[in-house]
Design a protein around this ligand. Structure first.
Ligand SMILES: C[S@@+](CC[C@H](N)C(=O)[O-])C[C@H]1O[C@@H](n2cnc3c(N)ncnc32)[C@H](O)[C@@H]1O
Length: 258
């Protein structure tokens, strides 16, 4: 286990990366980060992960395996610039429809423009809202996805309760998130890359290292795979499990509403 990781689920609401903040302050700071990076977000994602985020998102959507028939609806929370939602629609042979929900209008604006260019606008709605208070009735969706989003949400338990509420019975919950590296040598390399490489690249390419420092620190604060699985179970999901990607740099957690 990396020394800097905080494994207890408490504390995420009152920490901005490694910096303690007042409850309520975290969301504003997170929003500032994504307003600042929105236009460069997709390029920086590729640079920072060496393109790996694409393979992880492909694997997430393969695990979801959306049906190729109309009427199936998904909600992609913290959907940002649309990467996961686009993949889901394509995997359903453009039959699925869904909502890309994000608290940040700058990220959604980039996503909506990309959707238009890909001719996916008819399948997708872009909604600005908070994962902790979803503006949808109970039992509205067949699937709930969230990729690299949940660690930014101050009250994770509240977001999980909302996920369970808006899913239909039999609905699938899938969460892709940076996680705890399980291989000692990879852990060392990843640590060096994260704390030195990524903020410097952010500074060099995007002209601003600070948002990338937050991203790295917030990854270290996020609960380990078993601790996060326990939180998902406590929210009422069944058959909860996870799959590590790239030695645990990322993990896909899965559960079902029954
Ligand atoms: C790292 S980006 C991930 C974007 C996209 N899912 C992806 O994988 O490329 C994190 C996103 O979480 C969003 N976010 C942060 N807090 C949120 C909240 N409370 N509710 C909804 N979205 C939130 C941010 O605005 C940002 O777009």
């Amino acid at each position: 286990m990396s020394k800097s990781r905080v494994t207890a689920e408490g504390g995420m609401a009152t920490s901005y990366g490694f910096t303690p903040v007042d409850e309520g302050e975290k969301q504003q700071l997170v929003n500032d980060v994504f307003h600042r990076v929105a236009k460069r977000y997709d390029v920086m994602n590729d640079v920072m992960s060496g393109g790996l985020h694409r393979a992880w998102k492909d694997a997430m959507v393969a695990a979801l395996n959306p049906p190729r028939k109309p009427g199936w609806r998904f909600l992609d929370v913290a959907g940002g610039t649309g990467d996961v939602a686009f993949r889901i629609v394509e995997a359903s042979s453009r039959q699925a429809s869904g909502v890309v929900l994000d608290i940040n209008g700058s990220m959604l604006a980039v996503g909506a423009e990309r959707a238009g260019k890909r001719r996916l606008a008819d399948n997708l709605e872009f909604v600005e809202a908070n994962a902790e208070n979803l503006p949808f009735p109970d039992n509205s969706f067949d699937a709930y996805t969230i990729a690299f989003g949940i660690r930014n949400v101050p009250d994770i338990d509240k977001a999980l309760a909302e996920a369970s509420r808006v899913l239909r019975r039999g609905g699938r919950f899938l969460c892709l998130e940076f996680s705890e590296v399980q291989m000692p040598i990879l852990d060392k390399v990843y640590e060096a890359w994260s704390f030195h490489g990524i903020p410097r690249l952010g500074q060099a390419i995007a002209g601003d290292g600070e948002p990338y420092r937050y991203l790295v620190e917030s990854i270290r604060k996020f609960p380990s795979q078993p601790d996060f699985a326990a939180m998902i179970r406590r929210a009422g999901f069944a058959r909860v499990g996870w799959t590590d990607y790239t030695g645990g740099i990322a993990a896909l957690h899965s559960g079902w509403k029954i």
